[in-house]
Design a protein around this ligand. Structure first.
Ligand code: VG1
Ligand code: CO
Length: 550
């Protein structure tokens, strides 16, 4: 094998966001764009001579070409072996598991997650370190710095590699006597085995065999093959229990984001009155998100995390109890109440899964979650969509209660953290920045101000001090906290690729069970008005309604 050192010009926009580098496909197709980023990454890492790299993606458009480039560059940059999911497929949690199981050096996940795919859609690349989790900011900051001054990259003269046939292909390595190996592995099996080791498959199988009707929607994305193996082959579910389980490069033209807006086909089935099924769930492009629905009932992700924490001991893997919990700052405090009752610690981190890794590695937390439909545990170092679905099924199988009944009982015990997120997508960046600046300008004057029933206690821009490695992450979202514990959080998205997306997170605690049945939008109506008043969002953006409400 020969190394080809190729001269290149830097791009100025390769700053990884909340979860890797995400851009329009046509940006990734610019000359040397992917190569520049990959080389900047390899130059940041110290790659030992026996290093193994895991590579896989969610199967979206450009996945296959990108994988060939990465294989060729990994060979030229001294990796000894690359592990590829068959067909270039690995869901994000499966990639995390493969990195951990085979103790590899790290891995690359090619995905833009819940963003649209296809030739006009988005592509993305994310690096995960040896613990299986997303690279911390220390690494991504350095990659960005290197990408701004890169002058050349190293690629090899390897031919196109067959990534569809399970097995190994060996090539002559960089030095005499060395080899470079491309190993194609079954994308599903290791992950399915892991799930089977965590949950009571016997109990879930019995639940599904006794008239309990479910529907899982893979949204034409990566979880399709995983769902077939787990639900149909291993748990005996009817094949009608699955929908949109054939992955496609553009996710069937849809938006692979499991929420009430984009998973509308599933939502129709689950809100069909008397005809609604018992349980519905969906996952996103790369399989790390989950939405849980009961019969005519939506489970807010923040509540889902709290319910899983409260019922963890019903699941074999967590029967001994949980060490602690962590949630991202905008996620509701529902799980904190469970942690307090269980007498385990709860941590509040910035948005993005990379902040949970240190806590899990240190054994401080077992369960983690985000309001953005992400839940998982220390079984991997990513959020895990199918894991959450199986956890719910396991809990239902043991409790023999409906999803709604489980939630109502939970609220009765803990009170309800009424919660909603309003997203304003693709607004001009300047308008979004002016909204944020306008709120920040009121930091001094807001405290003690009274808005109807609410009085502002304090407001700040959230900073996180990592208790494990001492690192500090500033500017992680604006919090307006009220004296009764309610909050409004304003944040700009770090995953969008068009203009800016402004997220408003609203939370109010309701201890009174006679009000628990209220729709969140109704219960939060006053908070929503306060958020608009403080932010002057309508005036500054011209938007009169959110794009997505969850
Ligand atoms: C969003 C979510 C965040 C999540 C991230 C990646 O980020 O809010 O909670 O971790 O997406 O999820 P942002 O910066 O757009 O708010 V995934 O499933 O897209 O990898
Ligand atoms: Co995702």
């Amino acid at each position: 094998m020969k190394i080809i050192v190729t001269p290149t010009q830097p791009y100025s926009d390769q700053k990884p966001g909340t979860s890797g580098l995400r851009k329009k496909v046509k940006i990734f197709q610019l000359a040397h764009y992917l190569e520049n980023f990959v080389q900047s990454l390899f130059d940041t890492l110290i790659v030992p001579s026996d290093a193994v790299l895991v590579v896989g993606g969610d199967g979206r458009y450009h996945n296959r070409q990108a994988i060939q480039t990465i294989i060729s560059m990994a060979a030229a940059n001294g990796f000894a072996r690359v592990l590829i999911g068959q067909g270039g497929i690995l869901s994000t949690p499966a990639a995390s598991h493969v990195i951990r199981k085979y103790k590899t050096f790290g891995g690359m996940v090619l995905s833009a997650s819940h963003n649209q795919g296809g030739i006009h859609g988005d592509f993305g690349i994310k690096y995960n370190i040896g613990n299986g989790g997303p690279a911390p900011e220390k690494i991504t900051d350095e990659v960005f710095a290197k990408s701004k001054v890169i002058a050349e990259y190293k690629i090899s003269d390897l031919p196109q590699v067959d990534i569809d046939t399970i097995g190994e292909t060996q090539f002559a390595g960089l030095a005499a006597g060395q080899t470079f190996t491309v190993q194609v592995i079954d994308a599903v099996q290791d992950y399915a085995d892991l799930m089977q080791s965590l949950f009571d498959f016997k109990a879930i199988k019995q639940l599904l065999a006794t008239g309990f009707e479910m529907k899982f929607d893979a949204m034409h994305a990566v979880t399709g093959p995983y769902a077939k193996e787990i639900f149909v082959n291993r748990l005996g579910a009817a094949s009608e229990s699955l929908m949109n389980c054939e992955p496609s490069e553009d996710f069937g033209g849809g938006h692979p984001d499991p929420n009430l807006t984009y998973a509308e086909d599933l939502v129709k089935i689950m809100f069909a009155g008397e005809n609604a099924l018992d349980f519905g769930a969906a996952s996103d492009g790369d399989g790390d998100r989950n939405m849980i629905l009961g019969q005519n009932f939506f489970v807010t992700p923040s509540d889902s995390l709290a319910v899983l924490a409260a019922n963890a001991t019903l699941v074999p893997a967590y029967a001994g109890g949980i060490a602690g919990v962590a949630r991202s700052m905008p996620t509701s405090g529902a799980v904190d109440r469970v942690a307090a009752k269980l007498n385990v610690p709860s941590f509040e981190t910035p948005t993005g899964w990379k902040f949970f890794g240190n806590l899990m590695d240190a054994g401080k937390v077992t369960l983690c979650g985000e309001e953005s439909f992400g839940t998982s545990s220390s079984h991997v170092r990513e959020k895990d969509g199918l894991w959450a679905v199986l956890f719910w099924l396991n809990v239902i199988a043991v409790k023999q209660m409906s999803v709604e009944a489980i939630l109502k009982a939970h609220w009765l015990e803990y009170g309800r953290n009424v919660y909603s997120r309003h997203d304003y997508e693709s607004i001009p960046t300047e308008a979004a920045n002016s909204v944020i600046a306008h709120i920040k300008a009121q930091f001094a004057s807001l405290p003690d101000q009274v808005f109807g029933n609410y009085t502002v206690k304090l407001c700040d821009d959230f900073s996180y001090h990592d208790p494990i490695d001492g690192s500090v992450s500033n500017n992680q979202g604006i919090r307006v906290l009220f004296t009764d514990g309610s909050r409004i959080v304003f944040r700009l998205s770090g995953t969008g690729t068009e203009g800016a997306t402004l997220r408003i997170y609203l939370e109010a605690y309701e201890p009174d069970s006679s009000k628990h049945h209220l729709d969140a939008q109704v219960a939060l109506a006053e908070m929503i008005q306060i958020a608009l008043q403080i932010s002057q969002l309508v005036e500054k953006t011209g938007r009169v309604a959110p794009t997505v409400i969850t």
